[in-house]
Design a protein around this ligand. Structure first.
Ligand code: NAP
Length: 308
């Protein structure tokens, strides 16, 4: 079978750090072009917009949309109208409801819409899911705290409306949570801290539960200096289980069960190749629904202004 020719749209941090090496590493897919207003990659055809790429560029089969969520919907509409497969970076959009029409168009055209959750491809996540199948879980605590100045330098969009603020990384934890728990989860209480000069929260506390009343608490904070935390802790009938390093490490009590290098994007692209070769869609909006519900239900607190 021929390689899928993919174009990256939006050539920022994640495109450079993860998408380019993953496309190189995964059989069955080739980087055919880049569309980005300001950035390009030597040796790869470059266009400033997706429209210019579709009109004047080389033949492509698919696009990987690596732009901020606020502009991705329009690009996905354009790509699907041109009958291309579409990979969406997380979160799938700026709103939950904008995804349904994309899914309908993709299905009508027999094209793939893949709403990615890269953290679900972290090496310890599937082992964790299997481990939890044999445990009674009594409490879950998420601690997802990172320094926005280190991890998102100059990314103004993240604090603009639709950028999700601290939920931009926090949604990764929610994507793992909703993958590994046996029952759907919902938000019962939330508090969101908005810097007085920004339109998205810099920190958030969420209480969630499921049909059995399982207590789940999440603390998200973008102001973390020193050690960074990307941990999910489970109290179970057979002792504590901790997923840490964003999903690269799994321990049960004192025993380390998984400790691997972070490697999520090759798995993501392998999945995209599988889906696109069949024209199948994969879209799970549960993590983004939780974030939307936190915005709906959450108490809003004004905190000190944030300056880059
Ligand atoms: P970024 O470094 O700011 O890159 C985004 C790129 O999109 C920019 O380089 C820009 O390229 C383009 N862009 C920005 N605003 C645009 C607009 N209004 N119209 C068209 N293009 C625009 O952000 P990023 O960190 O790569 O994040 C992009 C997405 O990937 C986000 O949804 C994020 O959640 C997700 N993600 C990020 C990470 C991470 O660690 N950074 C990890 C996983 C997923 P041009 O200016 O050249 O057009």
């Amino acid at each position: 079978m021929k390689d899928i020719r993919v174009a990256i749209v939006g050539f920022g941090k994640i495109a450079r750090d993860q998408h380019v090496p993953a496309i190189k590493a995964v059989p069955g897919i080739t980087l055919a072009a880049v569309a980005s207003r300001n950035a390009s990659l030597p040796g790869v055809p470059h266009f400033t917009t997706l429209e210019a790429l579709l009109n004047d560029g080389p033949e492509i089969d698919a696009v990987a949309l690596c732009t901020p969520p606020q502009v991705r919907h329009g690009q996905a509409v354009t790509a699907l109208a041109a009958r291309k497969h579409v990979m969406l970076e997380k979160p799938p959009g700026a709103t939950v409801s904008e995804i349904a029409p994309l899914l309908a168009t993709a299905r009508e055209n027999g094209r793939t819409l893949f709403a990615t959750w890269h953290s679900r491809f972290a090496p310890a996540v599937e082992p964790l899911r299997r481990l939890l199948e044999n445990r009674q879980i009594s409490a879950v605590t998420i601690t997802w705290k990172e320094d926005v100045r280190v991890w998102h330098p100059g990314q103004a969009w993240i604090f603009e409306a639709g950028g999700l603020g601290v939920f931009d990384p926090g949604i990764n934890a929610l994507s793992i949570l909703t993958r590994v728990l046996p029952e759907p989860v919902f938000v019962t209480k939330a508090a969101l801290d908005f810097p007085s000069n920004r339109a998205a929260p810099i920190a958030a506390e969420l209480d969630m539960t499921d049909v059995s009343g399982l207590p789940i608490h999440a603390s998200f904070d973008f102001r973390q200096t020193g050690p960074q935390s990307w941990d999910i802790h489970f109290e179970t009938d057979k002792g504590p289980i901790t997923l840490s390093r964003g999903g690269a490490r799994l321990s049960e009590g004192q025993e380390v069960l998984v400790e691997e290098k972070e490697a999520e994007y090759p798995g993501l692209y392998q999945r995209f190749v599988e889906l696109a070769s069949e024209g199948i869609c994969e879209v799970d909006l549960a993590p983004q629904q939780l974030v939307a519900d936190a915005f709906t239900l959450g108490l809003r607190r004004a905190v000190e202004p944030f300056e880059d």
